[in-house]
Design a protein around this ligand. Structure first.
Ligand code: ZN
Length: 462
């Protein structure tokens, strides 16, 4: 049994004016793919690794970058003899400049090469927006069940297991997908927080029901302005009519909870969030700059929270970080100990931020090209690229121990597990940016309307 392994993973933030280039992708080809996945778990299965490309969430993918990757995949498939199936490693919220939905284009291209008979399975991020062609042209779709994401390998394995099983048993699975007329920001649906916790917790039971081969709940990516942006339910079965009905039941359950999805931490406008952090006795208080969330594709250079912290004279505070190549270069040129005049941030996301002028002392410069400066009671980390601070290791790169400080600002939404474990408290700032939780302020043009919660009186049509 020969299964081709390929895919392109990208979460596209269409509100960012930046673009994802070919260089932004890390690309694995051939045997190097086999070192990174659960591919050796199947006897009788020969995995044929072709190409897996993955980039950090970012703006629209450039057409030529996508086309290059897609063509390498289709050429690889065309040159592979005696293929029994294809596994696609996808995110599911990719939008390509001039093309539109990236997964739709990729899946149609793969289908065209391999023909109608070869089954295609894909694993997805739960923050995926599914085009109908992706649902119809693949036989198995299965999505992550955790956010923050800790089950990527399990999900890939589930997709391939089902593919192998269907080949061995001679069955032809079918995807049923039911789309909900709502927008649900990922920050409102962390899977450790109700109601997402119970909804996801119930999926294993749905898997075990007679006739169900696999079930998924998708949250969608609310910061991808696409006609397919929505949460929904996927059921994989052998009988489309049965699967459709079961997916509708699952989708109705999500819909019934629509008013209840929310973060489990205090959410406040920027100034109030800063005040709350300063006044809280816990330490450290993680202050999440959720509007400029790097891990959901925002540029990461909006200085709004930094400005509010300076205005409030916050002390013993770390801001990690602001992506600013020019300001970082000034610090490198001046060296540790120097006093520098900086114009910080507001250069990439010019819609939501303007550069903030500060005078600062360079505390240190470190690899991979980041600088720590002090201004007032704040240690500000400047990075030359978009560097998320999701782990203790990331802070170590800046030689900062977050537990030594009263307030730590990160440009994320929900806290990554390592940071949650050390947080005395977390406060989420509803800040401006390409990932703002104030969805009503975003210039949606393509999302299917009416949609909850932007429009009144939205009703289910099934
Ligand atoms: Zn995700």
């Amino acid at each position: 049994m020969r299964i081709a392994i390929c895919g392109i993973r990208h979460e596209t933030n269409t509100f960012s004016s930046l673009r994802t280039e070919l260089d932004d992708f890390s690309i694995l080809r051939g045997d190097s793919i086999l070192e990174t996945g659960p591919w050796d778990q199947f006897r009788d299965v020969a995995c044929v690794p072709i190409l897996i490309a993955n980039a950090m969430p970012h703006g629209l993918v450039l057409e030529e970058a996508f086309t290059r990757l897609k063509e390498e995949i289709t050429v690889g498939l065309r040159n592979t003899a005696q293929l029994d199936a294809v596994y696609l490693d996808l995110h599911g919220a990719m939008v390509v400049e001039s093309i539109g939905d990236g997964e739709r284009d990729l899946v149609l291209a793969v289908r065209k090469v391999v023909g109608e008979e070869i089954p295609i399975a894909a694993s997805l991020d739960l923050h995926c927006n599914l085009a109908p062609e992706v649902v119809d042209q693949t036989q198995v779709l299965t999505a992550l069940r955790t956010a923050p994401h800790v089950d990527r390998e399990e999900t890939r394995l589930r997709a391939i297991k089902l593919l192998v099983r269907s080949l061995k048993e001679g069955i032809r699975p079918k995807n049923s997908f039911v789309r909900l007329p709502m927008l649900l920001p990922g920050e409102h649906a962390a899977t450790g927080v109700e109601p997402a916790k119970s909804l996801y917790g119930g999926l294993a039971d749905v898997d075990g029901e007679p006739g169900v081969l696999d079930a998924s709940i998708t949250i969608g990516c609310a910061w991808t302005d696409s006609p397919f942006t929505s949460p929904g339910a996927i059921v994989v079965s052998e009988d489309r009519a049965f699967g459709d009905e079961r997916a509708k039941r699952l989708a109705r359950k999500i819909w019934d909870w629509r008013e209840s999805f929310a973060p489990d931490v205090l959410t406040l406008p920027v100034r109030e969030a800063v005040r709350e952090a300063i006044d809280s006795p816990e330490s450290p208080v993680f202050l999440n700059d959720s509007g400029d969330n790097l891990t959901a594709g925002a540029p990461g250079d909006v200085p709004a929270v930094l400005k509010a912290l300076l205005e409030a004279d916050a002390q013993d505070t770390v801001v990690a970080a602001i992506a600013d190549d020019a300001a970082t270069s000034v610090c490198f040129a001046a060296g540790a100990g120097a006093t520098v005049d900086l114009s910080v941030g507001g250069k990439m996301d010019t819609l939501n931020g303007t550069p903030l002028k500060i005078q600062a002392k360079v505390v240190r410069v470190c690899a991979p090209r980041l600088a720590v400066v002090r201004t007032g009671g704040i240690q500000l980390v400047l990075t030359s690229g978009r560097l998320p601070f999701l782990t203790i290791r990331a802070f170590e790169q800046a030689q900062i121990d977050p537990t030594d400080h009263r307030i730590v600002v990160v440009k994320h939404g929900y806290l990554a597990p390592e940071l949650k474990a050390i947080a005395g408290k977390a406060v989420m700032a509803i800040s401006p940016g390409c990932t703002t939780l104030a969805l009503e302020t975003l210039p949606y043009k393509n999302v299917h309307r009416p949609v909850f919660p932007l429009d009144d009186g939205v009703e289910l049509e099934f």
